[in-house]
Design a protein around this ligand. Structure first.
Ligand code: CCH
Length: 287
């Protein structure tokens, strides 16, 4: 049964939980996708929708869902994200009252929680905007670069060093694809479960340049099946980032707490909320 898109319809927390539950069901059902889950690519969609934020101009961020339109959908950094947007279209059809921009971030929260990650508080209030609000190319990080680039990109969004490292822990999930970014392979042995393994591997594994025709990336010397990007390796090369990598490698609880907070902040960038911080919702995981 389709709910009518009705201007007078005021969704409650229970309505948003229904959206969450439907996404969770689809994630469980559609396990034919690589590694058995669409979760990682959905997290990447929510991050790329949000990470365009510029605190100086107030432009970009998760408000708008402007990646629906060609200029932004075609940005190199967004290659492959159509898979995630298409996955979520039936959800938008079933719940037409939710905006794309609320849906994409809510789906990011659902994917994290359903992949055994922490609860990420979330609130609605994003409005979809037209093509004129597409951000210019180049706002998302370039994996071939180093610590100074990471700082420039994430400071522009309003994050500090600790938050940059915590956010990077998302690379416990998913993999690189040669037909999307050009890079290849997963960061961890369990790419559909949220863990602090990314930090543990950064600390404990020995990494060397992979010998191949593709872009410069690292491989673990042991199994040669895992990878790190130059930007990932920057986190252990930089004196100020490294203590946070060590901390999160040692203590999964601290990582989960910081990861939850920083994802909440990421998904709220650039949103002119009418709701208050106390109005944030905590969704229940699917049984
Ligand atoms: Fe990332 N990421 N990411 N990333 N990312 C890629 C894949 C994922 C960078 C580059 C890449 C974050 C930060 C960074 C995910 C979440 C986050 C890929 C491979 C590249 C390249 C894309 C492909 O080929 O499919 C760089 C550089 C940074 C700098 O910090 C942050 C922050 C997050 C989320 C909080 C996830 C998840 C994936 C896996 C996607 C998949 O399809 O499996």
């Amino acid at each position: 049964v389709k709910l009518k898109a009705d201007a007078d319809f005021k969704p409650t927390e229970a309505d948003y939980q229904k959206v969450y539950d439907h996404i969770a069901e689809l994630l469980a059902e559609r396990d034919e996708y690589e590694d058995g889950s669409y979760g990682p690519v959905i997290v990447r969609l929510a991050w790329h929708a949000s990470g365009t934020y510029d605190k100086e101009t107030g432009t970009g961020g998760s408000n708008g869902a402007t990646m629906r339109f060609d200029p932004e959908a075609d940005h190199g950094a967004n290659a492959g994200l159509k898979v995630a947007r298409d996955f979520l279209e039936p959800v938008k059809e079933k719940f037409p009252w939710i905006t794309h921009s609320d849906l994409w971030t809510l789906a990011g929260v659902a994917a994290i929680q359903e992949m055994q990650g922490p609860i990420v508080p979330w609130r609605p209030g994003r409005q979809d905007r037209d093509v004129s609000f597409c951000t210019p190319d180049g706002r998302l990080p370039d994996a071939s670069q180093a610590h100074d680039h990471l700082r420039a990109i994430f400071y522009r969004m309003g994050f500090d060093d600790r938050e940059i490292v915590a956010l990077s822990g998302a690379h416990a999930l998913g993999r690189c694809h040669t037909d999307r970014s050009g890079f290849d392979g997963p960061w961890t042995f369990s790419p559909t479960v949220v863990t602090n393994d990314y930090f543990q591997l950064l600390m404990k594994e020995s990494w060397g340049w992979r010998k191949w025709d593709g872009p410069k990336q690292f491989e673990d010397k042991g199994t040669k099946t895992l990878m790190m990007l130059p930007t990932d390796m920057a986190l252990v090369k930089d004196k100020k980032f490294k203590p946070w990598v060590e901390k999160y490698a040692k203590d999964n609880d601290v990582f989960f707490k910081d990861f939850s907070e920083v994802l909440m902040k990421l998904f709220e960038l650039g949103v002119p909320f009418e709701s208050k911080e106390e109005d944030r919702m905590k969704f229940k995981r699917k049984e």
